[in-house]
Design a protein around this ligand. Sequence first.
Ligand code: NAD
Ligand code: DAU
Length: 351
Amino acid sequence: MRILVTGGAGFIGSALVRHLVSEIGAEVLNVDTLTYAGNLASLKSVESAPNYQFLRADICDRARMREAFASFRPDIVMHLAAESHVDRSISGADDFIQTNIVGTFSLLDAARHYWDGLDARYKSDFRFLHVSTDEVYGSLGDEGLFEETTPYDPSSPYSASKAASDHLAIAWHRTYGLPVVVSNCSNNYGPFHFPEKLIPLMILNALEGKPLPVYGNGANVRDWLYVEDHARALFTIASRGRPGEKYNVGGRNERRNIDVVHRICAILDGVYDNKEPHARLITNVTDRPGHDARYAIDASKLESELGWKAQETFETGIEKTVHWYLENEWWWRPLREKVYSGERLGVFKGR
Ligand code: NAD
Ligand code: DAU
C-alpha cells in the first residue's frame, strides 16, 4: 500500500506517519514544507526506515504536486497539511487562506489529474482522505453533539478556511467522481504537540514556573482525543471509508479548560511533591475573540460502520502526555528557545 501523507512533520501527521511506517508497514511519502510547526525531529524513530520517504514541498505548488503523484504513484492520499492554530489565524489569516484553501485545491487538482490516468480497478480503489476539524460546525450550547449532518457554522478564520476546504473536497467527489472521504475530529493531545496549544503550553509553563493563561473564565469545553487514537482512526477511514462520506472522530472526553489545567497541575504536583502547588500559577486572561463555547463529537458512525474505538481515556492519555514532556526535553527545549516561547497570540485592540 502506497500512501502519500501531507503535513507529516506536524503533530498529528507525524503520529500518523509513525503508525503507517511502523505498525501498518505501508510505503509512505511525507510531503511537508516545514513551516514553524513542521519538525523532522518528531519522525526520528522512522527516518531511516526503508518504507519512508520525505519530500520538502509546498502543497500550493501545483506542478510539484503533480510530479509527486506521478513519481510516487499513491494508492491513498491522506491530506493533513494546514495552518492549524486558531490564535494565529486571528492575528493574520493570509497563510490559512493560502495553505488550507488554495493548497487543498492544488492537491485535489493534482490528485484528479493522476487519478484520471489510472486503470479502472486502481481508479475505484484510490482514496483521498481530507483531514478536517470539528470546528467547522461552530459552537454548541450545554446540550447536544456534532453529527456528520450538523450544518457548518465556523467562527474563526482558521475554521472558516477548513470549512472551505471541506466543501472543495466534497465537490471534487460530486463533480469529478474523485473518491474523497472527509474526517472531522475533535481536539487532539499527546506527544510531539507544538507548545502553542493549550495542553503542551500549560505543561511547559508549569514546569518553568510561568503563569498558566486561561482564556476568559475557563468554562469553555473541548472534547479531547489522544493523538494515536486519531492516527488509527485516520487509517481506518482512509482504507475503509465510503467515498463521498464524512466521518466524525472523537473519544467522548469532554472537559472544561480549567479542569484540564487543574489536572495537569495535579499530575505535576505528584512528580515534584516538595514544591508549592502548580495551580497557584493559573491566571485568567482576556478571552479569545469569537471563542467557541463547547465542542462535543458523536463518533457513532465511525464506531458502528468501521469498528474504530478510542483506546485511551482522558485520564490515561493526559498522564502519558505529561510524562512524555518530562522525559523529552530534547524535543521541546529548542522549540521554546528558538521557535515560540509562549507569548500570547490572537488578541487585538478593540476586543
Ligand atoms: P500542525 O500545525 O502541527 O502541522 C501542520 C503541518 O503541515 C506542519 O508539518 C507544516 O509544516 C505542514 N504544512 C503547513 N503548510 C504547508 C504547506 N503549504 N505545504 C506543505 N506542508 C505544509 O497541525 P496538526 O495539529 O497536526 O493538524 C493536522 C491536520 O489535522 C490539520 O489539517 C488540522 O486542521 C487537522 N486537525 C487538527 C486537530 C488538532 O487538535 N490539532 C484536530 C482536528 C483536525
Ligand atoms: O477542535 C479541533 C481543533 O482543536 C483543531 O482543529 C485545531 O487545529 C486545534 O488547534 C484545536 O483548536 P482549539 O482552539 O480548541 O485549541 P487550543 O489548544 O488553541 O485551545 C484549546 C482551548 O483552550 C480553547 O478553548 C482556548 C483555550 N486556551 C488556549 C490557549 C492556547 C486557553 O485558555 N489558554 C491558552 O493559552
